[in-house]
Design a protein around this ligand. Sequence first.
Ligand code: ADE
Length: 257
Amino acid sequence: MNYHILTLFPDMVLEGLNTSIIGRAVQKGIIGIHGINIRDYSKNKHRQVDDYPYGGGAGMVMQPGPVCDAYQDLCRKLGKRPRVLYMTPQGKVFSQKIARELAQEEDLVFLCGHYEGIDERALSLIVTDYLSIGDYVLTGGELPAMVMIDCISRLVPGVLSNEESAQIESFYDNLLEYPQYTRPETYEGLKVPEVLLSGHHKNIETWRRQESIKRTLERRPDLLEHASLSKKDREFLRELTEISQERACVQENIVIE
Ligand code: ADE
């Protein structure tokens, strides 16, 4: 997988992704992260890439020329026209499902805007996907690009040392991950659940599955609708919801038939 980031701040993205698991994957040559400075494509002697908005209003707008020229130059070098993901709060909200789909590509271009955004004509000419990382506004697209690159990369084969860990974690199968414990056995009077010390693999597996379901019900009940639950899982979920209903009734002093 090769990422090409069109930005005014390539160092920000390159330095941010140069550590830990993603940094190691770059070192190993499993992924490539290439920063392209849009300013290098300015035809202005001051290397300016933005200008006042037509029609007036606050802020500056990034001009279409440098953005499109940077992309066309990349396409010439690659001999193909990869997908261009524009980082914008107006886009579709990024998710694990979108990450899985994007991880299948060989090359991805991340277009990061700044100021009041990018001239609409550049967007209409090159952008294939409008993506957001959530309903809040940041000062630029670099952090969203880094978030997405991190998330997509861990789905690229060979990036995680233990390939299974990508499968077991939160959002795989729309369930949150079960709680994890390590040494010491007791910390501040809090004990590691007995079952995890038992060495009984079947019981541990059952406990973890049930903790995942419990946690998802408590923290992200919206996910359960899309989770693939076995008959046993559904029985456990029913028990959990009955218990919480009973608790609510006790609190409200309601008698259940
Ligand atoms: N640019 C500014 N805010 C953003 C957001 N929430 N998601 C993606 N790109 C952005």
